[in-house]
Write a protein that binds this ligand. Structure first.
Ligand code: ZN
Length: 489
């Protein structure tokens, strides 16, 4: 009897291994590389000029958080004047209007019947706090250039977008080029504080005139080199969606009183339990929709062990989701994230508070909504003495743009043209960008910066020693110029 059972078990195991092996062997990535298109035309990039101009662009301390200070506003006005002086070709050929301190440029195309496209960047930056200045290798607003990099606040985020686009257009205009389609450019001045007055106003102005873009291109991701270990080539993540944003106040109430006679239930105790429950019960998520697209397109490139797991999600999906949820960056791609950021209770050490408040920030995956997050939080906390309320205005997650459109194909082709052999994937931007505004007037919105990022570069975004490589500056101009030349009727 036992022998018979063992025999059947053995057969079942052999069959299972066979199924896993066949599925793994047949597992292929969806191919996002463009098919049936000629190579895009290229330009001769003036590397010396882009490097020098990027260094100068950094010296304007365009810190959006301090815009109320007239001296800081002067830096913004100075930057706009500098653009005018530095890119005369652009200003001779394109029309320009202002949305507050955000310029909107219009480069008229030959084909007036074709739908226009929108290419964007933002020139405001986050602060470089005084307390951290001595940890910068080069002063954040000095615009220092060495043999390999231009250093400084805003090089990555996002003056490379603004300067790269202007360099590409200036180069093409000098050669007498006019695009087939009308191209709009918007250079936001307040992206880092929500983009309402800049991109938001610009979008309202264009929407009022009925301008609708076929696609928009904004910052959002880059070419990731070695960021996902085990891949044979860098991954170019052209992001097709962007997470939303909601912050909740979690408020626990209690009687209060003197700390010498504490009751069993205190506001701080109830709040601590609520936070503990929230962290132990993350918002459900997994390898579906926008998250699946990204991992499905990189997974076949991994080593055998990972391939077996990804190719056999019918069996291993819970295991895989467990592994991916274990690290911050991959967890953020799978689900809405939960981040407690602020706490407030009694102001005095010997007084029990009547109220204790935690502030929790959520980045909303496109599969969720503001309402579904609030419902999840209330269900998980499950305490009538703990209230949940909205703090500020939430931003809904973006629609998911097509990874099959002409626009995506063009961006993919320009990426291959500028960066060579990379794995192309449609990704998800886990932070917020001005695309939340641009998507209102664009059929599809894409988020990608032409830059290479290694594992130690992630901390430079909004961090210390922000810098961009000279090689990437050259590639950025090539990338943008190829798109401008490739946008046909
Ligand atoms: Zn940015």
């Amino acid at each position: 009897m036992i022998k018979k059972v063992l025999k059947y078990l053995g057969l079942a195991l052999v069959a299972l291994i066979a199924v896993l092996a066949v599925k793994t062997a047949l597992y292929k990535a969806p191919n996002y590389a463009p098919t049936g298109r000629d190579d895009l035309a290229t330009v001769n990039v003036n590397v010396e000029r882009i490097v020098s101009n990027m260094g100068q662009a950094v010296t304007f301390e365009t810190v959006a958080h301090h815009l109320a200070d007239p001296l800081v506003e002067g830096q913004f006005l100075g930057f706009l004047e500098w653009i005018e002086a530095t890119y005369p070709g652009v200003h001779a050929v394109m029309s320009r209007e202002m949305a507050n301190l955000t310029p909107i440029y219009r480069w008229e195309g030959k084909n007036q019947d074709a739908q226009p496209v929108l290419m964007t960047g933002h020139y405001d930056v986050v602060p470089a706090p005084d307390a951290e200045r001595d940890r910068w290798e080069h002063a954040p607003f000095a615009g220092v250039t060495d043999a390999e990099f231009v250093w400084g606040r805003g090089t990555i985020d996002d003056k490379i977008g603004v300067v790269g686009l202007l360099e590409a257009a200036e180069t093409l205009i000098a050669g007498g080029f006019q695009p087939e389609r009308t191209i709009y450019f918007i250079f936001g001045h307040d992206e880092e504080i929500g983009g309402q007055k800049g991109a938001g106003t610009a979008v309202d102005m264009l929407a009022e005139r009925g301008v609708q873009m076929e696609w928009s291109l904004d910052e959002g991701s880059m070419v990731l080199d070695d960021v996902l270990p085990g891949l044979p080539a860098p991954v170019a993540s052209i992001n097709v969606a962007e997470k939303g944003y909601v912050t909740l106040n979690i408020t626990a109430k209690a009687t209060g009183g003197h700390s010498s006679l504490p009751p069993a239930d205190t506001a701080v105790g109830a709040l601590a339990v609520a936070i503990e429950r929230l962290m132990a019960n993350p918002v459900p998520g997994g390898l579906t929709d926008a998250s699946a697209e990204f991992f499905d397109s990189v997974a076949p490139e991994f080593g055998l062990a990972e391939r077996v797991l990804f190719a056999n999600q019918w069996l291993f999906r819970p295991v895989l989701e467990g592994i991916l949820s274990g690290s911050g960056p991959t967890n953020a791609m799978l689900r809405t994230t939960t981040a407690p950021t602020m706490l407030q209770a009694s102001l005095t050490e010997n007084v029990l508070p009547t109220e204790a408040v935690a502030v929790v920030n959520f980045r909303i995956h496109p599969r969720d909504t503001v309402e579904s997050i609030v419902a999840h939080v209330e269900t998980v906390i499950d305490n009538p003495n703990v209230a949940v309320s909205l703090r500020g205005n939430p931003t809904h997650p973006s629609p998911v743009s097509s990874a099959q459109s002409e626009g995506f194909q063009l961006l993919a082709q320009a990426t291959l043209g500028a960066f060579g052999d990379v794995i192309l994937v449609p990704g998800l931007t886990v932070a917020g960008t001005d695309s939340k505004h641009f998507s209102k007037i664009s059929d599809d919105s894409y988020r990608f910066n032409p830059m290479t990022f290694g594992p130690d570069d992630l901390s430079r975004i909004h961090g210390i020693n922000e810098r961009v490589s000279i090689a990437d500056l050259e590639r950025a101009v090539q990338f943008y110029a190829q798109i401008m030349m490739g946008v046909d009727g």
